[in-house]
Design a protein around this ligand. Structure first.
Ligand code: ADP
Ligand code: MG
Length: 280
């Protein structure tokens, strides 16, 4: 099996449509609406950050996109196919590690293809190739515990991307890392995403992280999470750490901070904001 390494402009699969999606959690008297009437699309190859405060339903949305959780109202599709359950076509990377501690790095990464019946030589070849892409060439025979937190997250990304998913879902994947490693991993992710252009929905509560990574930032309100803004970022690529000090970056950061500080009763906000905005 060959790993597709191509240019972002050639990407044609991986369109996501979130159509008026509401999701209720809990049962009976404990039931509550976690997200309400989310409505936006992600273009093939686009990197969208979903940004919102803790508890606003970001993981709930991602869980539904992964197929782990049903929607209560509305519809989720990838390339016009309804999401009915988990599928390697939609890979998810979490903050916490999900690697098998007893398997070597190569075998962790090759696990998906192994389950699909890909032969040993082929899956190991593909695993080694993708490990090189994420900067872990030479670590194929290591065990997860022998790697740093950042390196383990690279393995997590590699084991998802080896399945050549239409969609990469990331749930605060760098949240547990120290600031320096986190910043490095953001650059690593952008580098990987450039080499293997995959539609990416990256969830975070960190404004700087969203602004650094995304083509577009979808801002959610506090619970029940609603989309309060949808911002197309003006920054070019490749991006470097200095971006966070540029005036346009700082301006957008301040505007999003203000947006997230608004009390709930000032909703709907979409009419109020003067951001460089693309509303759905
Ligand atoms: P986020 O990822 O934005 O922090 P979540 O999607 O994890 O938010 O959670 C949304 C809301 O649902 C939160 O208020 C959380 O406490 C609650 N919640 C999450 N999972 C469950 C569950 N299994 N049962 C009850 N409440 C839950
Ligand atoms: Mg979460």
């Amino acid at each position: 099996m060959n790993i597709r390494v191509s240019d972002i402009s050639t990407q044609t699969v991986g369109r996501i449509d979130v159509r008026h999606v509401s999701i209720s959690l809990g049962e009976g008297a404990d039931a509550f609406e976690a997200v309400r009437d989310l409505h936006f699309a992600v273009a093939p190859g686009e990197l969208v950050c979903v940004l919102g405060p803790s508890g606003c339903g970001k993981s709930t949305l991602l869980g539904a996109l992964a197929g782990h959780l049903p929607v209560t109202r509305g519809q989720l599709t990838v390339d016009d196919q309804p999401i009915l359950g988990p599928n390697p076509d939609r890979g998810i990377v979490f903050q916490q590690h999900t690697l098998f501690p007893w398997k070597r790095v190569r075998d962790n990464v090759a696990f998906g293809p192994k389950m699909r019946g890909v032969g040993k030589a082929d899956r190991h070849g593909a695993a080694d190739e993708i490990l090189r892409l994420v900067g872990l060439g030479g670590f194929e025979r290591f065990y997860p515990s022998q790697l740093s937190g950042g390196m383990q997250q690279r393995v997590e990304i590699a084991r998802v991307l080896i399945n050549q998913p239409r969609v990469l879902l990331m749930d605060e994947p760098f949240g547990a890392l120290d600031a320096q490693t986190r910043s490095m991993m953001q650059e690593v992710l952008l580098d990987i995403w450039t080499k293997i252009p995959t539609t990416t929905v990256f969830v975070t509560h960190d404004i700087e992280e969203a602004l650094f990574l995304a083509d577009r930032v979808v801002v959610m309100s506090a619970r029940p999470g609603r989309v309060i803004e949808d911002i197309v970022l003006p920054f070019g690529r490749p991006r470097h750490a200095e971006l966070v000090t540029e005036s346009e970056f700082v301006r957008l950061k301040r505007q999003i901070l203000n947006l997230l500080k608004r009390p709930d009763d000032s909703l709907p906000l979409a009419r109020l904001s003067p951001l460089g905005v693309n509303r759905t």
